[in-house]
Design a binder for this molecule. Structure first.
Ligand SMILES: NC(=O)c1ccc[n+]([C@@H]2O[C@H](COP(=O)([O-])OP(=O)(O)OC[C@H]3O[C@@H](n4cnc5c(N)ncnc54)[C@H](OP(=O)(O)O)[C@@H]3O)[C@@H](O)[C@H]2O)c1
Length: 329
């Protein structure tokens, strides 16, 4: 195998720049980052397949559970993040009725950016979302789900998920009706806790889910035991939430100042974020990952994980060993 020309990690590039002189301008460091990103952008885009239809999507998307903002400057920043995603070939955006104003903010950005046709929109609804809206009165969940289209400023949602597995028996049939009417393209259920796997498994086992959303990261691999194999068996697409293990004590902060392993260059990775996202999307059951970010720079970094070479099983084992060693897992 020809060894690839090693691409310096951002940390290495920045360190090299700093070593060149304490007076190095921030602009020069940004240039190094820009060069690195431009190199990566030339690499082939990796896509995954949605089992039910064979549709292909770029697997690294965006999580938006911190998109409930109101200040114009904050909204403008998030619209830039969403535009960065599609400008660089990404498409999956995950949101939920439960994320405050996030659906409204994203809907406004979609109209502002004019990029609806480049997006693969995933949102979630659950019974308590409706109860909160109607102040305890009986809830018309179909009507509540219709409001999602208004908030997201679109007439079609790609994936609608039940946000709480305990509501799946009640809400999934309604979601399937809206799917039959062409309003949702796929339906499913979401969780972010392995405590829900037992309740989720029967829905998955009966083939009721086009999509499953589940917590899966290098630091939390319990989904590999039953949920991912069952999803593969049932032809259910899998979206991984909390791909960095969440905002607090993320797998990225656990790496501290540790340098990227040398083999990261063989996978065209220039950051820990890219290495750990590639680890996830190279699992045969995984269709997409939705790293949460409010920063353009991080959206660009994460998008790098859709480019270039992907880990095989042996390389995935190596990535696990690296994480376990540094994190002391
Ligand atoms: N279905 C459910 O029940 C459920 C539950 C939880 C989450 N979710 C979904 O999953 C998404 C992801 O979860 P999450 O956002 O809580 O956690 P996460 O994606 O595991 O981690 C997010 C953290 O990583 C940082 N980050 C992102 N990209 C980075 C990069 N390239 N370099 C360094 N730091 C980076 C973010 O900070 P910055 O903002 O500074 O970039 C943020 O602090 C959510 O946004 C939501 O859409 C679903």
């Amino acid at each position: 195998m020809t060894r690839p020309v090693p691409i310096p990690s951002r940390r290495t590039a920045i360190k090299a720049g700093l070593a060149a002189g304490a007076g190095l301008a921030i602009g020069s460091r940004l240039e190094l980052f820009a060069e690195e990103v431009a190199r990566q952008q030339e690499l082939p885009l990796f896509t995954t397949v949605i089992p039910r239809t064979g549709e292909r999507i770029p697997p690294v998307g965006l999580g938006t559970n911190r998109y409930s903002v109101s200040a114009p400057a904050d909204i403008e920043n998030l619209c830039n993040v969403l535009k960065t995603l599609t400008d660089r070939g990404g498409s999956v955006v995950d949101t939920a009725r439960g994320y405050g104003r996030a659906e409204e903010v994203i809907g406004g950005c979609i109209t502002e950016n004019g990029n609806r046709d480049q997006l693969f929109l995933v949102t979630k609804y659950t019974e308590s979302n409706g109860r909160r809206q109607s102040g305890g009165a009986p809830v018309d969940h179909m009507a509540q789900m219709e409001l999602v289209f208004e908030r997201l400023q679109t007439d079609m949602i790609d994936v609608m998920l039940v946000h709480e597995v305990r509501d799946a028996a009640n809400l999934l049939p309604m979601m399937r009706e809206l799917k039959a009417a062409g309003r949702f393209r796929y339906v499913g259920v979401s969780t972010s806790s392995d405590r829900d796997y037992r309740a989720m498994a029967p829905h998955l086992g009966r083939g009721e889910l086009d999509f499953l959303q589940v917590d899966y990261s290098i630091g939390n691999r319990s989904a590999e035991e039953t949920m991912l194999p069952l999803a593969l068996e049932q032809g259910t697409a899998v979206v991984c939430n909390l791909p960095f293990g969440g905002r607090r004590n993320s797998v990225l902060s656990e790496m501290g100042d540790a340098p990227l392993p040398g083999y990261a260059a063989e996978l065209d990775c220039t950051s820990w974020a890219q290495l750990y996202l590639k680890y996830l999307v190279s699992h045969p059951a995984v269709t997409a990952v939705i790293p949460g970010t409010t920063k353009v720079e991080h959206a660009i970094d994460n998008n790098g994980a859709t480019r270039g070479r992907m880990p095989d099983a042996a390389m995935r084992a190596r990535i696990e060993a690296t994480y376990d060693q540094i994190a002391g897992a």
